[in-house]
Each structure stands twice: as structure tokens, then as C-alpha cells.
Design a protein around this ligand. Structure first.
Ligand code: UDX
Length: 441
């Protein structure tokens, strides 16, 4: 606990891709942190310094703060609540079939807070929740803890990216806090002070809305450049050059203009659908975002069509798929484009040789190995063995500087279909490959 601070202990409820980096980050900043999760197996793993998912640089920091005692973890959520002054709600908000977020985990943890309220608590929404969720949280606490319960509810959306969560925690572009009391504002400004980052202070509704707006804009940028790539494909232009040419305008910016097989992951797809759902609930026209989603959903068909363009007949062909995670530097396959590509190509009667540096164990839960139809390989080179084409679905760094002569020696046909435009066409063509990018010449 920092000397003279207004609070002592920070509780992190939910130790997933958001909660665990947040718990470790606050502990590293010098705060006393207690983390908890309803999954006791996950808590046991974390308690011995193991990260239950692949996140670069997180495990050493976890071990350090456990050893220093600045971070403790418990499977007893009630204990964590009783010991904490600030409580961050970091539980999952998965998506329901109608696109709206499933807030049952949020409600469950709020009820546990209400049942263990032993003094004033600041309850902070970090999970991505629909605007006006805080009002429900307040109502639920009062309902289960009584009208004299002492607490505030605030919003503090996370902007961590998987694969760079540790970096993003310590170097945030901005911190957004939505508060409705001076005490909540004081405590959160104090908590984040060591980061010296720009802090946007708003009311709670505005803060909740910022998160959905941010992710929806990122998705819009991606679908925009993917739409442009379709025109580049039709007229023979290069979308990577278009991206460079427009991205140099600081009002546009170069990031999130990488055309390809589309966005996946646990956040962008879910947050976009939730945002559309909220707008519809309030009779606001968000058809622009529906188009963003439609464009993204169509990427898989376009990619499979490109594979057919390259190979003509797919039946009985052997294809290497390089990259299964939804993005590089993660083992997360939630809404990963690879899952739809695998299904489609198996339907076409192909034999698949899969490789990913981190995500194969997760994919095996969905697509068990079934030689010779479906094989998991130990390297990109092994996956290329006797393949009639290499399909790049995730742009892991290691695919960008392979020894193409070695690949050529083992492959059946020197064909590359680059679903992430991550290779240099000139380099691979000079090595004797046919190269098919997305919207590239
Ligand atoms: C996102 C937001 O970036 C982050 O701020 C928020 O807190 C959580 O959601 P994340 O889902 O981890 O982070 O991944 P991100 O880096 O945003 O990539 C999302 C998807 O978009 C990936 O599938 C990626 O491959 C794809 N993408 C990204 C593109 O297709 N083109 C791009 O130019 C950038």
C-alpha cells in the first residue's frame, strides 16, 4: 500500500485475459492486490506462478509479485471482497445468440459483493459492459445488501490488447474513468497516478460507451480497408500501398489498415454486436456497424474463393495452414478466422496440415487430430511437407523470414495464399513461389 493512500487493498474479480494482467500490473505499481476467480483450478495454477493462457512477459511479473507478497490469489471470492476497498469486476461478458452480452457472471459477482459488504467499497466495472450496466449494479447491491449499503460504482474500461497486455497496462494511451462521486474519482486518480498517463474523467454512462465506441471504430477501420482490398483485387491495385498512402494522414493513422481475412478474437466481434444491440434497444440506427460486421463475415468466403483460384480443384489436395490464433502472440482462438477456414476446407475434402506457435492445443479441442485428413505439425516447414499450397491465416513473425528454398524443397506445389498480406510478394516470387495476397498485385 502506498503511504498515505486513501485505500489499502485492490480486489480483482476474474483472472482472465483482462483481470490477470490488471492484478499483476497494480501489484507491480506498488498496490496491495488480491485476485480471485470462480475457477479454482485457474486460481491454483496462478497461485504457483503459472499463467493459464499465453501472454508474453506476464508470467515473470506474476511470479515476482507473488513472491513479494504484493499479489495474493484466492478461490474464495467472498474473502477477496471482504479484504478489498476497491473491487474491479473483470469477469467475462460473452455474447448471447441475439448479439447482446450475457451479464450473468457480472450479476453473480455483484451478488457476492453484496453478501460480503463489510464497509464502504468502490466497485469498478472493467469488463466490457453495455452502457447503463452500472445502474443495474447499484440496484443489485441495494437489493441484496440493503438500502444503507455504503458503496460507489464506477466504470474503468480496459484497452489491453492480447499479446501486448503487459505493455498496454504500463503504457496506456489513456485511462478512462467514469465516476459519480468525489471519493470514487479521488481513489481512481490515486490508483492510476504512478502510470502518469492521460486520464479522461467522465460520468459512468459515457465511460461505458467509450469502450464499445473504441472497439467498434477499430473494427470499422479493418472492414473499411478490407472493402478497399476487394476493389484493389478487381482493378489490379495494391491495398498495402493504399493503406500506406492514406495512413500517413494523421487524421487517418497507419494502424488497423492491414487488409486480410478479417478480425476475430473475444472483443471486436462481440463488442460490435453488443453495440449494435444497445443501439437497437434505444431505436438508434447503427446500420453502419452492421455493414462493418457483414464485410467481416464475408472475408472467409473470399479467402476460400482465393484458395480455389490458386488450386482450381480442392478435393484431396493437401493444404498447410500457418497460424490458428486470432492474432499473433496469443494462444486465443475465440472467433479466430482459422476455425471457419478449417471447417470450410474440410467440407471441400482437403487434407490439412496445421501449425501455430501457441494455439494448437486449443484448436485440438475443436478439431481433434485425424490423420491424414487433419494433422498438427511441429513447425511451419513440417506443415509445408507435400502440401499443394501454404495458407497464411495468422501473421506470426516467424512466417515472415523463413528459408524459402527449404520450404520449396518439401512442398508439393510452390503456392502461397497469404490471408494476412504479411509476406513480401517479390521475395517469395523470386524464390519460385506463386503468391496470392488479398488485394495485392
Ligand atoms: C482489441 C482492442 O485492440 C483492444 O484495445 C481492446 O481492449 C480489446 O480488443 P484484441 O482483441 O486483443 O484487442 O486484438 P486486436 O489487436 O485489436 O486485433 C483484433 C483482430 O483484428 C485480430 O483478429 C487481428 O488479426 C485483426 N486485425 C487487426 C486486422 O485484421 N487488421 C488490422 O489492421 C489489425
Amino acid at each position: 500500500m502506498a503511504k498515505g493512500s486513501s485505500f489499502k487493498t485492490v480486489g480483482i474479480l476474474g483472472l482472465g485475459h483482462v483481470g490477470l494482467p490488471t492484478a499483476v500490473g497494480f501489484a507491480e505499481l506498488g498496490w496491495q492486490v488480491i485476485g480471485t476467480d470462480s475457477d479454482s483450478a485457474k486460481v491454483s495454477l496462478i497461485a504457483v506462478g503459472r499463467c493459464p493462457f499465453y501472454e508474453p512477459d506476464l508470467e515473470p511479473l506474476l511470479r515476482k509479485n507473488l513472491a513479494e507478497g504484493s499479489l495474493e490469489v484466492t478461490a474464495d471470492v467472498g474473502e477477496a471482497v471482504r479484504k478489498s476497498d476497491i473491487l474491479f469486476v473483470c469477469v467475462g461478458t460473452p455474447q448471447k445468440p441475439d448479439g447482446s452480452p450475457d451479464l450473468s457472471q457480472v450479476e453473480s459477482v455483484i451478488r457476492t459483493i453484496a453478501e460480503n459488504l463489510n464497509g464502504y467499497k468502490l466497485i469498478v466495472e472493467k469488463s466490457t459492459v453495455p452502457v447503463q450496466t452500472a445502474q443495474w449494479i447499484k440496484r443489485t447491491i441495494l437489493r441484496y445488501a440493503g438500502n444503507d449499503a455504503k458503496f460507489d460504482v464506477a466504470s474503468n474500461p480496459e484497452f489491453l490488447r492480447e499479446g501486448t497486455a503487459v505493455h498496454d497496462f504500463f503504457h496506456p494511451d489513456r485511462i478512462v474513468i467514469g465516476v459519480e462521486s468525489e471519493r470514487a474519482k479521488k481513489w481512481l486518480l490515486e490508483l492510476y497516478k504512478p502510470l502518469n498517463a492521460p486520464i479522461v474523467v467522465t460520468d459512468v454512462n459515457t465511460s461505458e460507451l467509450i469502450k464499445h465506441a473504441a472497439n467498434s471504430f477499430l473494427a470499422l477501420k479493418i472492414s473499411f480497408i478490407n472493402m478497399i482490398s476487394d476493389l484493389c483485387e478487381a482493378v489490379g491495385a495494391d491495398v498495402t500501398e493504399v493503406a500506406k498512402g492514406i495512413g500517413l494522414d494523421p487524421r487517418i493513422g497507419p494502424q488497423f489498415l492491414q487488409a486480410g481475412i478479417g478480425y476475430g478474437g473475444y472483443c471486436l466481434p462481440k463488442d460490435l454486436r453488443a453495440f449494435i444491440h444497445i443501439a437497437e434497444e434505444h431505436r438508434v440506427d447503427f446500420s453502419l456497424l452492421k455493414e462493418v460486421e457483414r464485410i467481416n463475415d464475408a472475408r472467409i468466403d473470399k479467402f476460400v474463393r482465393k484458395v480455389k483460384q490458386a488450386l482450381w480443384v480442392l478435393k484431396d489436395k493437401t493444404l498447410a495452414i500457418w497460424g490458428l490464433s486470432f492474432k499473433p502472440n496469443t494462444d486465443d482462438i475465440r472467433e479466430a478466422p482459422s476455425l471457419k477456414v478449417i471447417s470450410r476446407l474440410l467440407e471441400e475434402g482437403t487434407n490439412l496440415r496445421l501449425y501455430d506457435p501457441a494455439a494448437m492445443e486449443n484448436v485440438k479441442q475443436i478439431f481433434p487430430e485425424k490423420p491424414p485428413k487433419l494433422l498438427y505439425c511441429k513447425s511451419a516447414l513440417e506443415a509445408a511437407k507435400n502440401a499443394h499450397a501454404i495458407l497464411i491465416v495468422t501473421d506470426w513473425e516467424e512466417f515472415k523470414n523463413l528459408d524459402w528454398n527449404k520450404v520449396k524443397e518439401v512442398i508439393a506445389l510452390p503456392i502461397i495464399v497469404d490471408g494476412r498480406n504479411c509476406l513480401d510478394p517479390k521475395t517469395v516470387r523470386e524464390a519460385g513461389f506463386e503468391y496470392y495476397g488479398i488485394g495485392r498485385v
